[in-house]
Ligand binder design. Structure first.
Ligand SMILES: Cc1cc2nc3c(=O)[nH]c(=O)nc-3n(C[C@H](O)[C@H](O)[C@H](O)COP(=O)(O)O)c2cc1C
Length: 392
């Protein structure tokens, strides 16, 4: 039970209150900056000024970035994945501005920091009124938007479980380990952001993939375009690795690589493969299975030449998946290729695209207590897709 007469920080089981508490601390630091502006002309970088500068530096170097991280990596993505209708429209209007504010405030902080560093070290240097005011005004407007638009929406929309997840993520960011020693086996997240029903999914699985992919991008899932590709060797032993998807359409899902690599050699013997996307921030997984074919040389050219020249050279300099003695040897190979090829390297025949032509695509949405939603599409001999719900 908290004593309401004493000003203590709220618990992480009330994450929105913690974020508000951070704002109050920011306001105190901004006041300290104003106080410093008044103090410095008379007293210079005396002990009081040094202490004040140190406090402001400590807060904006450590706590503020974590606060921005809470919002960018947890609060906003969770809200974006939950909000519908007018709430979703409001977020679409407000979130880009919030992210841009963070960048601007970071830039303004860099300017102030160099001045405060000197003051903290006892150097009597002036603190720019304009720099302080720009920084303070940026924060004031930003915090007001969050407190009037974002926090009330989160309080209204988030379930108890979502609040708990948000609080846990914020604790992890601060390196706070739960007090009872948590064992590996106890590590688990309960999912509850959304549901998936037969009515929700589109008739065409590629269109459904497109919808989820766009939602993952909008929710700022880290590397939403990264997918695992599983292949098997001649004896049927599986291996998997991450690649970046570069295109998808009715024909299939495409990535680019070295045809002589381990995966290339395996696909030459057995073209069956499986792709996997895991989008943790939206609690979704997509599994895609089928047979792989090479993209046409024209398609491979088009993608190869769209890449940065240094990546083109790196592809030429690397016998992907073959052992090599040292990093130095790799650098030598790169330099030799760069010398030989110049600014316009030519795509080698052994580098190009693979397209997985899907036969089965499953969409998984995490639900509470492991009672998840799974909808699978299986391609029928006539080319149509059969849709089924699978048990979790
Ligand atoms: C995020 C990420 C993206 C990657 N994207 C690609 C890619 O698009 N193409 C590629 O050949 N390797 C990519 N790699 C490297 C592969 O995971 C792998 O190391 C490499 O393709 C060799 O695999 P193999 O020996 O199984 O053929 C990526 C790795 C990571 C972690």
């Amino acid at each position: 039970m908290s004593n309401s007469l004493i000003d203590t920080a709220p618990d992480f089981n009330q994450p929105i209150a913690v974020l508000k508490h951070c704002h109050d601390r920011i306001r105190k630091q901004l006041q300290t900056l104003q106080n410093l502006l008044g103090h410095l002309p008379q007293h210079g970088a005396d002990t009081a000024a040094q202490k004040a500068a140190e406090a402001v530096l400590k807060y904006f170097d450590t706590a503020a970035p974590m606060h921005h991280g809470d919002e960018e990596q947890d609060l906003m993505p969770m809200l974006q994945a939950t909000a519908r209708g007018a709430d979703a429209a409001l977020l679409a209007a407000v979130v880009p501005g919030i992210l841009a504010d963070h960048e601007r405030m970071d830039a303004e902080w860099t300017i102030l920091k160099s001045q405060l560093d000197k003051i903290a070290n006892g150097v009597s240097t002036p603190l720019s009124v304009d720099d302080v005011n720009r920084f303070s005004e940026a924060y004031a407007a930003h915090m007001l938007t969050e407190e009037t638009q974002i926090a009330p929406m989160a309080k209204r929309l988030f379930t108890d479980e979502q609040m708990e997840l948000l609080g846990q993520a914020m604790q992890r960011r601060r390196g706070i380990v739960p007090t009872s020693a948590q064992t590996l086996a106890d590590l688990r997240l309960d999912y509850g952001l959304a549901s998936l029903s037969e009515e929700d999914v589109l008739a065409n699985p590629i269109a459904q993939f497109s919808k989820w992919f766009d939602e993952a991008l909008n929710a700022q899932v880290a590397e939403a375009n990264a997918m695992s590709v599983a292949t098997v060797d001649a004896e049927g032993k599986p291996t998997s690795r991450i690649v970046l998807i570069k295109q998808y359409d009715e024909r299939g899902f495409t990535w680019y690589t070295n045809y002589d690599s381990q995966k290339g050699q395996q696909l030459a013997v057995n073209p069956n493969a499986a792709l996997l996307f895991f989008w943790s921030e939206v609690e979704r997984q997509v599994r895609i299975e089928g047979r792989v074919e090479k993209t046409s040389p024209e398609e491979s050219d088009k993608y190869f030449y769209s890449r940065p020249v240094k990546s083109q050279l790196a592809a030429l300099a690397s016998k992907q998946s073959a052992p090599i003695g040292s990093r130095a040897q790799m650098e030598e190979n790169y330099e030799a290729v760069a010398q030989a090829q110049g600014e316009q390297p030519k795509r080698p025949d052994y580098w190009g695209g693979y397209r997985l032509v899907p036969e089965r695509i499953e969409f998984w949405q995490g639900r509470r207590s492991r009672f998840h939603d799974r909808i699978v599409y299986v391609r029928q001999p006539d080319g149509t897709w059969l849709k089924q719900r699978l048990q979790p």
